[in-house]
Ligand binder design. Structure first.
Ligand SMILES: [Zn+2]
Length: 496
């Protein structure tokens, strides 16, 4: 830990840093990672963290897996925040415990050693996964994945991987309790699905100046890795909605959104981890082929029992509250409730629009905005076209008839900046995306989707993003690149 602040360093990338990890330590169900840092940058407040896997013993965790967890969580974060990273491991570690993570993040700025060369054959992925892990946050996307995977493979094959991963250690307990009470408990009761919690203070140790670059899907795969091995998971899903995956924001200027969790990256990581684990593994994001509104429509029509356990709002620390009534996710659900006639899951749009502080705070910006202006406060990049389409289908004037008084006035004011334009892809499922994803049981999945959502066959889609456009090209191939890892010179290693 440096004790220095961001102002002394400026924004990342920060100067070269040298990191010396200690041997990962296992204590019952907990993996402890610790290291020392020399050189600059306020990436971590404290140079240690734990990851706990309740009810599992890690006593037989191979060191190579523990080093891969360290590399996926700690080394890749350092490499992304610093001009150069030098890693001195206390023992030779297999190259394949480090290299895939650096490839995934395209970090070609790493000097690391000592490394063991070991070539392991890949284990072919299976079209009939026996054990499936679902990275489960509880929002509409992972809930829809749960419904689909449960129907396709049977709930008895599924394990929900629930990462309790807050930014402040005082929230570790409340986040876990809240998720148990409102999502995991009811879902387990209804479906019989297994739940494996993964509890970590890693994000609590990350400095505020680093957080914008710190979160990515790869972290969840690294956190889950010991369970991927221990539970023999042959398919691990994550759920990120399709609108994030634009391939350029200007014509002929490739710039991919969520590049590190595209199908190309998932396939790459799955292949690398299957070599390390010596077991078949695929990583798939079913929501890659489902439009923004598709997940919630699917839940409403096909899996209504799951919809009552929806927990989109993440900002609450009171375990008794499902909705905080004061955040963007609550705003989103209030609109869906009005437009799609969703069941009362504890958030009343009348109360929300009349009384929410979030609503009050956003009225001024909304009233000054031009129609068609993208306001990050009112809509994420991914949501903007979906809301525009939703309000095209369900004009706010009509929806407002369900509200009265101030709630009605506030709702109309907040929805005014959205253009009413048709963007049917936001409600469809994308044939080209499913072809690219190639998940197990593709045909059956397509048949389910066909029953609820229109099939979009275009290979290129354009969606508005304020006055700009996002382009989604399913023929684009955006793969991780193999980066070279230099080895530190012998003298430097010797000084350890
Ligand atoms: Zn909320």
């Amino acid at each position: 830990m440096t004790g220095k602040t961001m102002t002394e360093f400026g924004p990342p990338p920060w100067p070269a840093v040298t990191v010396r990890p200690d041997r990962p330590r296992v204590e019952g169900s907990t993996l402890h990672l610790s290291w020392t840092q020399s050189g600059g940058g306020p990436l971590f407040r404290h140079c240690h963290c734990f990851i706990r896997y309740p009810r599992q013993s890690l006593e037989n965790l191979p060191p190579a897996i523990a080093w891969s967890v360290f590399s996926g969580l700690i080394a890749s974060l350092y490499a992304r925040h610093h001009q150069e990273l030098t890693l001195h491991f206390p023992e030779p570690i297999p190259r394949m415990a480090l290299a895939p993570w650096l490839d995934l993040h395209r970090c070609d700025n790493v000097v690391a050693g000592p490394l063991k060369e070991s070539e392991a054959p890949g284990a072919p992925s299976t079209s009939e996964p026996e054990h499936i892990g679902i990275l489960f946050g509880g929002g509409k996307d992972s809930l829809a994945t749960l419904g689909l995977m449960g129907e396709l493979f049977g709930y008895q094959r599924l394990t929900l991987l629930s990462c309790v991963f807050p930014e402040r250690s005082r929230y570790l307990r409340t986040v876990e309790q809240r998720r148990d009470r409102h999502a995991l408990g009811p879902i387990r009761g209804r479906t019989g699905v297994r739940v494996q919690k993964i509890i970590s203070n890693l994000r609590c140790q990350i400095g505020e100046d680093a957080s914008s670059r710190a979160l990515h899907t790869g972290l969840y795969h690294a956190l889950a890795l010991p369970m991927t091995r221990q539970l023999g998971l042959e398919l691990v899903t994550h759920s990120n909605e399709f609108n994030h995956y634009w391939t350029s924001t200007q014509p002929n200027r490739p710039r991919a959104g969520f590049a590190r969790s595209r199908p190309e990256a998932d396939d790459f990581l799955a292949d690398a981890l299957s070599r390390l684990l010596q077991q078949p593994l695929s990583i798939k994001n079913p929501n890659f082929c489902i439009g923004k509104d598709g997940a919630i429509r699917l839940l409403k029509e096909r899996y209504p029992g799951l919809l009552t356990s929806l927990m989109m709002c993440e900002s609450v620390t009171d375990p008794n509250q499902r909705w905080c009534g004061n955040c963007y996710k609550c705003f989103q659900y209030a609109i869906y409730r009005l437009a799609l006639n969703l069941p009362d899951a504890g958030l009343d749009p009348q109360t929300f629009f009349a009384e929410s502080e979030w609503v009050q705070d956003h009225l001024a910006r909304a009233s000054q905005a031009k129609v068609g202006q993208w306001l990050p406060e009112l809509s994420s990049r991914a949501s903007f076209p979906a809301f525009s389409h939703l309000f095209h289908q369900h004009p706010p004037d009509t929806l407002a008839k369900q509200l009265s008084g101030q709630a009605k006035a506030h709702f109309l004011a907040l929805t005014r900046p959205f253009p009413r334009e048709p963007h049917p892809a936001t409600q469809a499922w994308m044939q080209a995306a499913l072809d690219k994803l190639a998940p197990p049981r593709t045909r059956q999945l397509a048949a389910i989707l066909d029953q609820h959502l229109p099939r979009e066959t275009a290979r290129q889609i354009q969606l508005p993003w304020g006055s700009h456009r996002s382009h989604i090209d399913y023929d684009a191939a955006i793969a991780p690149k193999t980066v070279a890892i230099e080895t530190p010179d012998a003298d430097a290693a010797f000084k350890l």
